[in-house]
Ligand binder design. Structure first.
Ligand code: 3HC
Ligand code: NAI
Length: 709
């Protein structure tokens, strides 16, 4: 028999009824769970032998929130939300016997709202509580914006509801959100606590303080100001602030009604649908249909990183942060010293910013062992190569690795453009070779493209995908082609940005429009940050592959010829002061006009819409080709790459999701127009046409396509 969603079988404490929510993996509050809980509560309350009730969660966590899957059913009209969890919470709050909730793991979203409707809260010391709804583009929808300020005060409630970050059980205790921390067995402690409170009058959160005192009005203004900068473009944080503000103007009932209205508006918004797509997408990318869950994983307890430059140093930190020992190899002592000094500097700034403690950093540094030889490579489980980008050098390193590494070790390369298969051909074990494409700065950026070569074994792929989670990264499996997924799409995006500048758009206007679209930075500023010379060198290497007569951008190459490599040389598209603060450079604007005149490119006024369409649809069109070729498994994989590696706004769901929301027919037609005007670089991807003609979306494209090497 299946274990019931609501379990009363642990009711072994006689006078204290224990109700256990048992809905693996995270006890999400689906409508069925809510119904079961209502029945169990009623039954326990009626039972004369029971003097108090303890509510707990089975498995690894208390309750991670309302069931997010239900939201899609509601917005697509397949199900009705009604009053949501509110009637259940009201019922619990009104019970005649005290209800003590015992929190372990997380009480998030509806989970915390449920806990706040109970009369007392106890928690395991390592538990976390929070209202993360804004991260899904919604606001707390079961009284959170009204009960939380009554328990922790308005200022903290605004922060928690608007920013969505969890707090620790210790902080919750200090704030009065939790009544006691239980060391040792949580259930035993919760039952003992319940017995203590049976004779006390029952406290009901919603009845506390009636209408809350109007606090310092600047709290709300300051929160809005912060939301507008830190959560730029998002509507939910501002909506959450409004809802909490309601608790200072309205009664609990009226405040709750306002919350329901705002919750609904947010739930039906494109932003919420996009953020929910991103939430599930982040989890979906870990699932590779063709690789069974049971695939044995290679234990990775020690690694070696070859090259301590920009990437190698960051990658060494990523492993050390995850508790893995790292051998860090350089070509000579000076480069090794430089690399180690940068690592130390980066760690120190993390301590200064409060991200890490000095003790943690000391432990990490002890895990990184510098070396100039391959002598100890025979002992490591995995190697990540991060030497200069050049096939000859990469092959030389891999030939060496093949000689020194133990059988079964994973041989990974961090190359951003080169063929994994060609690198693998330098070894006698191409099945052990794979790409692990970290993004810069490697210790900060969450994306990891796991690049599968044609011979990479399933075991090696499965291990790298699992490892990405351990490293705090979002691993996305991609196929082997120039630029893989992210950089291959970024090429056309930055090409169009340059074309627009060459056709008359101001450089700052191109950046501003895409920033306003939601990108973390504009394309020109991004180029300056990464170094314009990187693309310039790659373009020179691949120039022979360019089709004669097809327009290519030239402004960036000319800037590089003038030594303007971006931030690192103090000048690129912009000029930079010693603090790397950018200002527009009239000299560059004049140069671009002059070059355009020489190339006889007609100058015109370019609209905001054209800037967005040309840059974003360039991503979409290339994304469609990538999908069709099987280089990405699913459209959502491309979206996740863009959200975590390229600063695409999460509230637009990623480029492919964005195209779905615009409508593929409309996108296709616009691309056809651009093709008529600008030529074959804009030839629409066949898959885009096919889906547009069929009235489908990228999400409809087969998930059964294998990622091909
Ligand atoms: N509803 C439905 N499914 C959920 C869920 C939820 N609230 N939370 C997690 N899941 C699913 C995940 O999709 C995943 O499914 P899969 O195994 O099929 O891929 C599975 O549970 C495990 O989740 P994770 O892989 O994320 O597990 P972790 O242990 O890494 O993380 C967690 C656990 C920190 C709880 C994380 O899952 C999380 O942050 N969950 C979402 C929390 C949240 O946003 N809650 C608010 C929901 S909205 C709400 O409550 C509205 C209310 O105000 C009315
Ligand atoms: P870098 O120039 O900063 O560092 C390369 C390091 O490799 C140098 O310190 C050099 O001394 C060392 N090295 C060269 N030969 C060596 C050898 N035989 N043994 C040990 N060390 C050796 O280069 P960066 O930027 O770190 O790039 C490394 C790799 O990562 C390249 O393949 C690059 O394409 C890729 N990459 C770079 C990104 C970036 O933004 N910089 C982003 C993603 C990937």
């Amino acid at each position: 028999m299946d274990t019931p969603l609501i379990d009363l079988s642990t009711n072994k404490f006689k006078d204290v009824a224990v109700i256990t929510i048992n809905n693996p993996p995270v006890n999400a509050l689906s409508p069925t769970v809510a119904r079961g809980l209502a029945e169990a509560m009623e039954q326990a309350d009626k039972d004369e032998g029971v003097s108090a009730i303890v509510l707990t969660g089975a498995g690894r966590t208390f309750v991670a929130g309302a069931d997010i899957k239900e939201f899609g059913k509601i917005t697509s009209g397949k199900s009705e939300r009604g009053a949501g969890l509110n009637p259940l919470l009201r019922q619990i709050e009104d019970l005649s016997k005290p209800v003590v909730v015992a929190i372990h793991g997380n009480a998030f979203g509806g989970g915390l709202e449920l806990a706040m409707a109970c009369h007392y809260r106890v928690a395991a010391p390592n538990a976390q509580v929070g209202q993360p709804e804004v991260k899904l583009g919604i606001i707390p929808g079961a009284g959170g914006t009204q009960r939380l300020p009554r328990l922790v005060g308005v200022a903290k409630a605004v922060e928690m509801c608007a920013e969505g970050n969890p707090i620790s059980a210790q902080e919750a205790l200090q704030l009065g959100l939790v009544d006691r921390l239980i060391e040792g067995d949580l259930l035993t402690g919760a039952v003992a606590f319940a017995r203590e409170v049976t004779t006390r009058p029952i406290p009901r959160t919603r009845e506390r303080d009636g209408k809350l005192n109007l606090p310092d009005k600047t709290i709300f203004d300051a929160a809005r100001e912060k939301a507008r900068t830190k959560q730029r473009g998002q509507m939910a944080p501002l909506a959450a602030i409004d809802a909490v503000e309601g608790s200072t103007r309205l009664s609990f009932e009226e405040g709750s009604q306002q919350e329901q209205r705002v919750f609904r508006e947010c739930l039906f918004s494109d932003q919420s649908k996009a953020l929910i797509h991103a939430f599930f997408g982040e989890r979906e990318v870990a699932k590779i249909p063709e690789i069974a869950k049971e695939t044995p994983i290679i234990p990775v307890n020690s690694v070696a990183v070859v090259g301590a430059g920009t990437m190698g140093g960051g990658i060494a930190m990523v492993f050390a942060n995850a508790g893995i020992h790292v051998l860090l190899k350089e070509a000579d002592q000076a480069a090794l010293d430089r690399g180690l000094a940068t690592i130390q500097k980066n760690y120190q700034s993390s301590v200064k910013r409060g991200r890490f403690t000095q003790q943690f950093v000391d432990e990490c540094l002890r895990r990184i062992k510098p070396t100039l030889t391959y002598d100890a490579f025979g002992e490591v489980d995995m190697v990540v190569e991060a030497v200069f980008e050049g096939m000859a050098l990469k092959k030389e390193v891999f030939t060496q690795l093949d000689l020194v590494c133990q059988p079964g070790a994973i041989l990974a390369t961090n190359t951003s453009t080169l063929s994994i298969d060609e690198i693998a051909s330098a070894t006698s074990r191409p099945d052990a070779v794979i790409g692990t494409h970290f993004f810069s700065p490697a210790n900060v950026m969450r994306l990891l493209e796991v690049v599968r070569g044609k011979s990479s074994s399933k075991q090696v792929i499965a291990t790298c995908m699992q490892l990405s989670k351990k490293l705090g990264k979002v691993g996305v499996l991609v196929g082997n082609c120039r630029g893989f997924v992210g950089n291959r799409m970024f090429g056309p995006y930055r090409r169009e940005a340059q074309f627009l500048a060459e056709e008359g758009a101001a450089i700052e206007a191109v950046d501003r429009v895409l920033y306003d679209f939601g990108m973390a930075m504009g394309p020109m500023a991004t180029g300056d940050l990464a170094g314009l010379d990187v693309g310039w060198r790659i373009r020179k290497e691949y120039r022979h592959l360019e089709k004669p007569g097809v327009r290519q951008p030239f402004a960036e190459d000319r800037l590089c010829e003038l030594g303007r490599f971006g931030q690192k040389t103090g000048a690129g598209w912009y000029k930079y002061d010693e603090n790397r603060h950018a200002t527009p450079d009239p000299e560059v604007a004049a140069l671009v006009r002059k070059w355009a005149a020489e190339a006889e490119i007609p100058q015109r006024t370019i609209s905001t819409d054209e800037i967005v369409d040309r840059c974003i649809y360039a991503l979409v069109n290339e994304g469609a080709r990538i999908l069709e070729e099987g280089i990405a498994l699913r459209a959502v994989d491309i979206d996740i790459i863009y959200l975590h590696g390229y600063g695409f706004p999460a509230y637009r769901g990623g480029p492919m999701w964005y195209a779905n929301t615009v409508g593929l027919k409309k996108v296709y037609e616009r691309i056809c127009e651009l093709c008529d005007r600008h030529g074959e670089l804009w030839a629409p991807a066949p898959l885009l046409k096919q889906l547009a003609d069929a009235g489908k979306t990228f999400a409809d494209f087969g998930v059964d396509q294998a990622v091909t090497a």
